[in-house]
Ligand binder design. Structure first.
Ligand SMILES: [Zn+2]
Length: 640
């Protein structure tokens, strides 16, 4: 495993990045007593080292409170061995960090993050404070150690309990001239050092991933909250006033949605806005689970220049989030040999959740000729890689096969059976030696998917224009029909009579790639709008973009807004007017309704906001700085 991946995994399990400090009515003298009434508040707990690794026996809890004049911290530190300076003094102590110590690094600056103050207090009441300018050009990052912030503090060692406590009171004006206000956020990291040179432990609240605590890019946040007894903010975000369409839970009503910790916390007729840290007014809009696009090509950045299929891949985030798609399933761009590289280059770094159907060809879609290479269709090797990445690889794909035999389909199904995952088939050349009727009637198993349902070459209609019975029978047998619009696979002359006669797609997907993105396909909501204007209802559409595809890829944790589900959410607008839609043959259809994406959330964070409905009018913001807010916002990333 490479180092970056290790760090990414550790970061995912690291403690929360926000410490809440609770407002208190009046000031008090530090006494290092965790049982005092003023300290009956929640804090954060850490027992991790600088790299986010657990350090047994070094549990540390930090609580915080604030008043108009001061900011308070209380460290409760479990120790194994104390390492104390032999000759303690109340004077400022240079080099205090060579002994056991509690440390606070704190700054107001969200843009100039190298500007912060450092405060340290030892278990035996020594201190040091520093004014830091970390990014100063001459690298003398400590501006002035003679600077004195005027902190007050009290430490206490309980040798029986093997605990030490330190309460530190920082005047606000020691940090900056700013006046603290409710909901302000500061940048913060908290550290503890324990032990002598031989067994030194460096504990960090937010992992710094390096030898030095001076890593401002790794700081977390301190949020100024009201009194702890007052109504607590139960939700990070409330989506207020929208109509929820959640097919899994059969909801098609006006509902508020409360989100907390990246998950759906409540879907109620009305949620008190006072309970939300951030309230977003979505009146007149539809709130749905984030869309799952079952057929895209996003194995970008492969470096295989000159390879047409690879060059046809797009960056998922450039297309998905702006049309409400939060999960994109790459349909067979990679095979068992190329998947790990695809994962590293695209899946691991995208905001979009990218899943994959693994091509039965080991090289994946590496070009029209490699896709014909039967010798590279290895069901056992493919199944093994599916098992290795189960949940991210959600099925097998075969595509673009031109030969007269069933070998591509059969090997894909064999791999799917071995790994207990479904298969998606792009039938390639509709060869008379292997009829389509036999594919969906016999070869595919229940749960397997055929994509490109409305392509012109599917034998769909009889001489009277009726949808042929074998299609309904295949569906009854459990075969799933995916839209897979793409650059060449959606014709109104097939889709219009099919929809009219009730042969709907089971899932709506784009087949996004460079050859489809600017053509008639355009994006997920344009594809959905075609079906809407062909006569499907909005709830029927949403089901085929959320709960249906989630089940088809065995990811039933996705595609719904049940409490506890990840808060992947699309907020969409149903526009009325005169619109035109085009199919892949170049034929046009007039329509009067169109869906557009207003807002997209990925795990509780806003990742797309078309009209700035999450934002405040600039006229009311005075001399404003960055409005980034890590609680709900992933559009503006916190300054680095
Ligand atoms: Zn495709």
């Amino acid at each position: 495993m490479n180092r970056l991946l290790t760090i990414a995994m550790l970061a995912a399990t690291a403690p929360a990045q926000m410490l809440t400090t609770w407002r208190a009515e009046s000031d008090w003298k530090p006494a290092a007593d965790p049982s005092a009434a003023v300290w009956k508040v929640e804090g954060v707990r850490t027992s991790h080292d600088r790299y986010g690794r657990l350090v047994p026996g070094a549990d540390t809890e930090i609580r915080s409170r604030w008043t108009g004049g001061h900011l308070y911290f209380l460290f409760s530190a479990r120790y194994q061995n104390l390492h104390l300076k032999p000759d303690p003094t109340r004077e400022e102590t240079w080099g205090l960090w060579d002994y056991d110590v509690a440390e606070i690094f704190i700054g107001w600056e969200l843009d100039r993050i190298g500007r912060y103050k450092e405060f340290e207090v030892s278990p035996q009441n020594e201190f040091v404070d520093l004014d830091v300018d970390y990014f100063k050009a001459d690298k003398s990052y400590m501006v002035d150690w003679k600077w004195n912030g005027g902190i007050e503090y009290q430490s206490r060692i309980d040798r029986d309990a093997k605990m030490w406590y330190s309460e530190i009171r920082i005047p606000w004006k020691a940090i900056d001239q700013r006046v603290p206000k409710l909901n302000n956020e500061l940048r913060l990291n908290l550290y503890r050092i324990e032990g002598g040179p031989a067994n030194r432990k460096f504990l960090a609240w937010r992992p710094v991933y390096g030898p030095s605590f001076h890593a401002p890019q790794a700081f977390g946040r301190l949020r100024l909250a009201g009194a702890p007894g007052a109504a607590r903010k139960k939700y990070d975000v409330i989506l207020k006033g929208g109509t929820v369409l959640d097919p899994k839970n059969a909801i098609q009503q006006r509902r508020d949605v409360g989100i907390h910790g990246g998950a759906v916390a409540a879907v109620e007729p009305s949620i008190d806005p006072a309970l939300g840290y951030k309230v977003i007014d979505v009146t007149g809009l539809y709130v749905t689970p984030g869309f799952i696009d079952l057929h895209v090509h996003v194995a970008n950045g492969s470096g295989l220049l000159g390879s047409l299929p690879i060059d046809q891949n797009v960056y998922a985030d450039s297309h998905t989030l702006r049309s409400g798609v939060t999960t994109a399933v790459d349909a067979g761009t990679s095979g068992w040999r190329s998947f790990p590289e695809f994962k590293r280059r695209a899946i691991d770094v995208a905001v979009t959740r990218i899943l994959a159907l693994l091509n039965i060809v080991g090289a994946g879609q590496a070009g029209p000729e490699p896709e014909q290479n039967v010798a590279d269709m290895d069901p056992a090797a493919a199944a093994k890689v599916v098992e290795q990445f189960k949940g991210t690889i959600v099925g097998i794909k075969t595509a673009h096969y031109r030969g007269p035999e069933w070998v591509a389909v059969e090997r894909a199904v064999e791999a799917g059976r071995a790994a207990s995952v479904p298969v998606m088939v792009d039938f390639g050349l509709f060869h008379p030696a292997r009829p389509f009727q036999q594919l969906v009637g016999e070869k595919l198993r229940p749960g397997d998917m055929y994509t490109h349902t409305y392509v012109a070459s599917v034998p769909m209609l009889d001489d009277q224009g009726r949808v042929m019975p074998y299609l309904f029978e295949a569906r009854k047998r459990g075969v799933k029909f995916d839209a897979g619009h793409g650059g060449g696979s959606f014709a109104f002359r097939q889709a219009a009579p099919a929809i009219q006669q009730g042969f709907y797609p089971d899932s709506i997907s784009t087949d996004l790639h460079t050859g489809s993105m600017n053509g008639p396909m355009n994006n997920m909501l344009n594809v959905a709008s075609k079906f809407l204007n062909l006569g499907m209802s909005l709830p029927d559409l949403i089901a085929r973009m959320t709960w249906n595809p989630a089940r088809q890829i065995q990811r039933e944790d996705l595609g719904h807004l049940s409490p506890g589900a990840l808060a992947d959410i699309a907020v969409i607008r149903l526009e009325e007017g005169n619109f035109g839609f085009v199919d892949v043959l170049g034929a046009r259809m007039q329509g009067n309704r169109r869906l557009s994406c207003e807002l997209t959330m990925r795990e509780g964070k806003v990742v797309f906001d078309l009209n700035g409905i999450t934002r405040s009018d600039f006229r009311g913001l005075g001399q404003y700085t960055s409005q980034a807010d890590p609680v709900w916002d992933r559009v503006l990333s916190p300054p680095r």
